[in-house]
Design a protein around this ligand. Structure first.
Ligand code: HEM
Length: 196
């Protein structure tokens, strides 16, 4: 299902989420380094990274919300998107609390501030997985008809167009896009067999 907000042919939400995820996750790691080393440079850096991550998170949430609204109701994708979206707002709320608690003295945050960030990061692991489920499993934010030889997103052609003008006969008569997928690949079947 195609994204509603794209830049240079790609979904804007997927471009923007790297900022909150990267900044907030690294801030949580820095807090852990502070707990281990007792060096304030880590908490000082974490304070600014959380601030930047929060701004990035609220900006990224907007195209995500717009894409979610376009998913038909009653589908699994709609439910997964709802949990993903609400979960991420909770994550941002926890980091906002963490940031506010640090504000009076960023170099010496209270324990509650560090705990709020770590809990937020734990939840983000799950909500991030749900985001991957939306794209990789449920096809949200994936162009309709996408296939391994699709033309560039910057071309005027739809994703389902014929591969680089290669005639179907040259591909052994196969259209890779429409070839039915086997329920399990050979590798998976072998693995399953060896586990029995
Ligand atoms: C700001 C915090 C958020 C973060 C960190 C985040 C993170 C993610 C991630 C990691 C993906 C998977 C991207 C991929 O695999 O390429 C994703 C996809 C998605 N998210 Fe979010 N998300 C956030 C907020 C939201 C909100 C508030 C909504 C609205 C309900 C939402 C709706 C979606 C949708 C519909 C997708 C499918 C892909 C797309 O439409 O581009 N997200 N998100």
């Amino acid at each position: 299902m195609e994204s509603r907000i794209k830049v240079a042919g790609h979904p804007l939400h997927q471009m923007l989420i790297v900022f909150p995820l990267g900044l907030l996750a690294t801030a949580a790691v820095f807090d852990i380094l502070y707990l281990i080393t007792d060096r304030v440079i880590w908490t000082h850096a974490a304070y600014y990274m959380i601030g930047a991550g929060l701004i990035g998170g609220f900006v990224a949430a907007v195209p995500g919300w717009i894409d979610w609204r376009a998913i038909p109701r009653g589908t699994r994708a709609n439910r997964v998107g709802l949990v993903h979206g609400i979960g991420n707002v909770v994550v941002l709320g926890l980091f906002a609390l963490s940031w506010l608690l640090r504000r009076p003295a960023p170099e010496a945050p209270p324990t509650e501030a560090i705990v709020a960030g770590l809990v937020g990061m734990a939840i983000a692991t799950f909500t991030g997985w749900l985001g991957g489920e939306l794209v990789g499993r449920l096809g949200v934010g994936v162009d309709d008809g996408a296939h391994l030889d699709a033309p560039s997103s910057l071309s005027a052609l739809p994703a389902g167009a014929e591969a680089r003008g290669v005639p179907r006969a040259a591909m052994g008569g196969h259209d890779r896009r429409s070839r039915p997928a086997a329920p399990y690949s050979g590798v998976e079947r072998r693995t399953a067999g060896s586990m029995r």
